[in-house]
Design a protein around this ligand. Sequence first.
Ligand code: SF4
Length: 232
Amino acid sequence: MTNISDIMNSVKKTMEAEELAGVKELIIDREKMTKNKPTKKNITLPELKEKVSACRRCSLAETNTNYVFGDGNPKADLMFIGEAPGREEDKQGLPFVGRAGKLLTMIIEAIGLKREDVFIGNILKCRPPDNRNPLPDEIAMCSPYLIKQVELIKPKVIFALGKFAAQTLLNTETPISKLRGKFYDYQGIKLMPTYHPAYLLRNPGAKKDVWIDMQVVAKELGLKVPRHKKQP
Ligand code: SF4
């Protein structure tokens, strides 16, 4: 089982190493992010995407078909972060486009938004072979991209989808069943952990919990959930 403390230590070491090597554009300035000030280097989201599409930082670059940078509104108030691309996502180069993705679209639409209104991404930008769990080193190598994405998009709320995303972003090993349903602080942004849509496909009974979490987020964003909408 992956130890989240090991992952976060690896992330820290990687970021320190990058800083020493002068790769500062991928290093988050946490204080500035919290205060919503511009970053030291004004890399744009399209430029970051280009960087990712040429990345060879971990061995997943050898086996991927496409890089899955993430997709959606670059100024979204709501950002969804999952674990890693699956087979369909790897094929199309887009996040959450398989069965779980269709369910995620329904969940987004249930609170009166469209996919184009939000930004959807993952901790890893490349598919782990056979959809295995991400390895600590892969997370450590890839995390700076996600951190920069969050810094550039500046969402008001982040939805962390599933155990890996929630535990990695919150640096905890608490089970997702205990984490979900409450807001946490992530660099000055409200973060709501909830179940991954793939988990919901296997455990439809958990959909009601995600629906509760979505309504809390909708309220936080001042969205009026359409009356005719029911739990997806
Ligand atoms: S998973 Fe991330 S770090 Fe690894 S090759 Fe892909 S983009 Fe680079």
